[in-house]
Design a protein around this ligand. Structure first.
Ligand SMILES: C[S@@+](CC[C@H](N)C(=O)[O-])C[C@H]1O[C@@H](n2cnc3c(N)ncnc32)[C@H](O)[C@@H]1O
Length: 296
């Protein structure tokens, strides 16, 4: 049954980015650039084909921290036989549910730092999340992995797409293009989010099996577009979480300097990673979750 639901005022939202129309536009544009870079929405090793026997229930897919619901929309269009649900701590950026494909059944508020409600546990064949870089706390993705695992059926897959910020690098059109500010920024980035490259280990530590991570570097022809999106995101941070602070002002100066450097033919590129892993019966027992078949 289609639903849009809110758990009410109990959710504490510490998100450091914006949720206005500019932020939504950034996420929507970025989705298409990710799609071109990865070449898929759901990782090709994850089975999504329609079942051959009519008595099998349809495949169930959840997108956690779904943002504008753009990934859900595109997956719903390509997998007509799937049933999809979106979750986010705020649904402010989503279109009305009735405007989305009918096989998206619900958009629901859920804080992924909380265990999921009982009726959602053990329900999904695929749980997807993308771009939780600013959401993960203390450099440790495992609390989030455990909560997302609770949504999975035995045999279901977790797919997490993320920015490998620590392995960012500078791309220049010519060696002598000056990139002083970008180099300074790169120093900081190299210390950030080191957990991303270890996502597969983190998933296995949580009890998932067959974890594997793949890295994707954008095509050079998209490098400037991705870089501009990142500058927009930094500007957004300076105007939300860092608004009115010295750090916010420093970030705005940095954006302007890096933009000026980029006009001479240089950008910072950040590789993207996709990590997938499967839930076994034992994995789910480790997060206190037995199978919980839910009738369609
Ligand atoms: C960078 S956006 C990515 C959105 C979407 N996955 C995409 O790729 O376009 C991060 C999303 O995480 C959501 N978020 C932040 N904190 C959250 C939390 N504690 N629980 C669930 N979602 C959260 C935000 O509301 C936002 O929609």
């Amino acid at each position: 049954m289609a639903e849009v639901s809110s758990e009410g005022p109990g959710l504490t939202d510490c998100y450091s980015l914006g949720r206005d129309y500019a932020a939504a536009t950034r996420l929507n544009g970025q989705y298409y650039m990710w799609k071109e870079t990865l070449g898929f929405d759901v990782h090709p090793d994850i089975p999504t084909a329609p079942s051959e026997t009519p008595d099998q229930p349809p495949i169930q897919i959840a997108d956690v921290a779904c943002g504008t619901a753009i990934w859900l929309r595109c997956v719903a269009q390509n997998l007509h036989h799937a049933r999809l649900d979106g979750f986010d701590i705020s649904l402010a950026q989503c279109p009305p549910l009735q405007w989305l494909p009918q096989n998206i059944r619900s958009l629901r508020e859920w804080d992924l730092y909380q265990e999921p409600p009982m009726e959602l546990r053990g329900r999904y064949d695929v749980v997807h999340a993308r771009l939780l870089f600013v959401v993960v706390r203390d450099g440790d993705p495992r609390p989030v992995i455990r909560n997302m695992m609770m949504l999975l059926k035995p045999g279901g897959y977790l797919q997490w797409d993320e920015l490998d910020v620590a392995h960012s690098f500078i791309l220049k059109v010519k060696e002598d293009v000056p990139t002083i500010k970008m180099e300074e920024t790169l120093q900081m980035l190299s210390q950030a989010g080191r957990w991303v490259a270890k996502l597969a280990e983190a998933m296995e530590q949580c009890g998932l099996v067959d974890a594997r991570i793949s890295s994707f570097v954008e095509k050079t022809e998209l490098a400037k577009a991705f870089f501009d999106i990142n500058l927009t995101k930094d500007m957004e941070t300076s105007e939300t979480k860092l608004r009115g602070t010295a750090d916010g002002e420093a970030l705005q100066r940095s954006v302007k300097l890096m933009h000026a450097e980029s006009e001479k033919g240089a950008v910072i590129c950040t590789p993207k990673v996709v990590c997938i892993a499967r839930a076994s019966e034992q994995s789910l027992q480790r997060v206190g979750n037995g199978p919980n078949p839910v009738a369609e």
